[in-house]
Design a protein around this ligand. Structure first.
Ligand code: NI
Length: 177
């Protein structure tokens, strides 16, 4: 596997609408594996193809639900990380309820911001083999999906943030996406 180079603002690819993927060949499988590796190395919880300079509707996500749950007993085994590949995704349902949370982006180093997102969503997409999938997500996972799907439309969290700031010490555990 190969680490891919992450691009930063003001690279114009981050502002373009990505193109649908229609070839699910060996090269795509390699690319997806590379994206997971690049995301873990960063480290981040999500990575969209435009962030590695590819205008493709493809994103990877890896997140353990409950990871940041304050009620989780200390001796509980760490929650299992779940991996998601979404290709040509579409948000098909959103909760009316919205929540504020702090986000950071691998393509916008040195900033975090507070963003309002839908608490729960449903996503229709293709998996890495081109088969249709439907994902229901809520909480932080729903937030990551919304952040990544925005990337595929040239939208950055800073467009939606109520405020952005340089991370302070208490922001050191903000997940990057
Ligand atoms: Ni991002």
């Amino acid at each position: 596997m190969t680490l891919r180079e992450i691009v930063y603002l003001p690279n114009p690819i981050l502002r373009k609408k990505a193109k649908p993927v229609n070839k699910f060949d060996k090269d795509l499988q390699t690319l997806i594996d590379d994206m997971f590796e690049t995301m873990r190395e960063a480290p981040g919880v999500g990575l969209a193809a435009p962030q590695i300079n590819l205008p493709m509707q493809l994103a990877v996500i890896e997140y353990a639900e409950g990871e940041d749950d304050e009620d989780r007993p200390e001796d509980a085994p760490p929650p299992e990380k779940k991996m998601f590949v979404i290709i040509n995704p579409e948000i098909t349902k959103v909760s009316e309820e919205k929540v504020l949370g702090i986000e950071g982006c691998l393509s916008i180093p040195g900033l975090v911001g507070e963003v309002e997102r839908h608490h729960a969503i449903e996503v229709k997409a293709l998996n890495r083999h081109g088969n249709p999938i439907k994902i229901k997500a809520e909480g932080w996972l729903a937030r990551i999906f919304q952040h990544e799907i925005d990337h595929l439309n040239g939208v950055l969290y800073t467009d939606k943030a109520t405020q952005v700031w340089k991370p302070r010490e208490e922001d050191s555990n903000v997940e990057l996406e």
